[in-house]
Design a protein around this ligand. Sequence first.
Ligand code: HEC
Length: 127
Amino acid sequence: MAIAGACTKGSKSSAPEMYEDSELAKLMRTMHDEQLAVKEAILNGETPESYPASYSHMTTSEPTENMEIGEAFKAYAVLHKASMDNLASSDSANLVENHNLVIQSCVNCHQDHCTGPIEKIEKLYIR
Ligand code: HEC
């Protein structure tokens, strides 16, 4: 199976051809940026005013052609939603831990579906 575009490590800088970004790939970048904003708020000692919601479109966004989006993807999406619900109901004492659980659920799906961005996603952990 050919894995093109978003899931190839370093595809943005080193790929000789340009790929048209899929709807799902664009959504993922939004999800990344939203979760980065949550991380920054937490590091500034704030409780985020709102939590990311774009993940809810994950299962309806069109992925890159030939990408295997099936039952496993849906199962990981359900787990990701659960981790987001958990984060949104955090109090300040468990905010860091619950944010890190969200990142873990991003990584879990990526280990199965799209390993390229994992290094970038892991930078979202609060260590
Ligand atoms: C249910 C599985 C799943 C979950 C959960 C998930 N991803 Fe993804 N992600 C994917 C798939 C599949 C792609 C490739 C999309 C495509 O190419 O169409 C992707 C692509 C990406 C990309 C590359 C986008 C690009 O082309 O530049 C980034 C960055 C990313 N995800 C970050 C995240 C972050 C951050 C989270 C958690 C907040 C997350 N993902 C949660 C499956 C998932």
